[in-house]
Ligand binder design. Structure first.
Ligand SMILES: C[S@@+](CC[C@H](N)C(=O)[O-])C[C@H]1O[C@@H](n2cnc3c(N)ncnc32)[C@H](O)[C@@H]1O
Length: 230
């Protein structure tokens, strides 16, 4: 796991190409995955959500489209600054773009002030996950829900073989070609490979103090959605 500073440098280097690479490398499934994340999160009118590691804001947009008030944070300014023009184009009310570049391991918010907290493709990059879980529990109100969207472990045998080949051979090449940064897209499959599988991530959340932990596999487990309650 690289240090936080290295993660920031990596995302700063690819920020300008991040969105297009997401769409290309996922074959457009990224929109569907964000949509499912927002639906499972319980976001809706009258709900206040924190989207941690919001990056360029597509995860936040999916939440705001459901009518929630969303505060978006990230610790990489180069990513975060690309959000507001997108939101302006969509004309969505309720999206508050976090001005503070916030580390998931030390959130600049008071206790129990969010109905829901989401983190999409961010927790894999966090250096000390238990510290982040502690922060998520602190800022969620009692009964509030954490929703994690993250790459996971494919559960279908044929898909698993294809995905291993794709992520080791194809993805780093396309990533390097479009972003001009070979290391970031070599890190991506490696970080997915070493990240806990569905069951282990659920166990981590329970050990951290969450209750009612569940998960749903999307696209055969390439991506998983975990939900957990404070
Ligand atoms: C793959 S992007 C995901 C962005 C967005 N949520 C999405 O779904 O497209 C991961 C983001 O996590 C952020 N990140 C990684 N570690 C973080 C940390 N410890 N605290 C806050 N943000 C972090 C990076 O800066 C990056 O913008």
């Amino acid at each position: 796991m690289p240090e936080g500073r290295q993660v920031q440098q990596m995302f700063s280097a690819i920020a300008g190409r991040y969105d297009v690479l997401n769409h290309v490398l996922s074959g457009g499934m990224d929109f569907w995955w964000w949509w499912r994340m927002a639906r499972m999160s319980g976001a809706g009118p009258g709900k206040r959500f924190l989207d941690v590691a919001a990056g360029t804001g597509d995860s936040s947009l999916a939440l705001a489209r459901r009518g929630a008030e969303v505060i978006s944070t990230d610790f990489t300014h180069a990513m975060l600054r690309l959000g507001p023009p997108k939101f302006a184009r969509q004309g969505l009310a309720g999206l508050i773009w976090g001005s503070s570049d916030a580390d998931a391991q030390g959130l600049p918010f008071r206790n129990a002030c969010f109905d829901g907290l989401t983190i999409s493709y961010g927790i894999r990059n966090v250096e000390h996950r238990p510290r982040a879980y502690g922060e998520f529990l602190r800022v969620l109100r009692p009964g509030g829900q954490l929703t994690i969207l993250e790459f996971s472990t494919p559960v279908l045998p044929g898909l698993k073989a294809f995905y291993t080949w794709y992520s080791r051979r194809v993805l780093p090449r396309i990533g390097a070609w479009i972003s001009g940064d070979a290391s970031a897209y070599t890190y991506l499959p490696e970080s997915i490979r070493t990240f806990p599988d569905q069951r282990s991530l659920a166990a981590e959340l329970e050990a951290a103090g969450f209750r009612g932990v569940r998960w749903t596999n999307l696209t055969g487990g390439i991506v998983a959605l975990h939900t957990a309650l404070k």
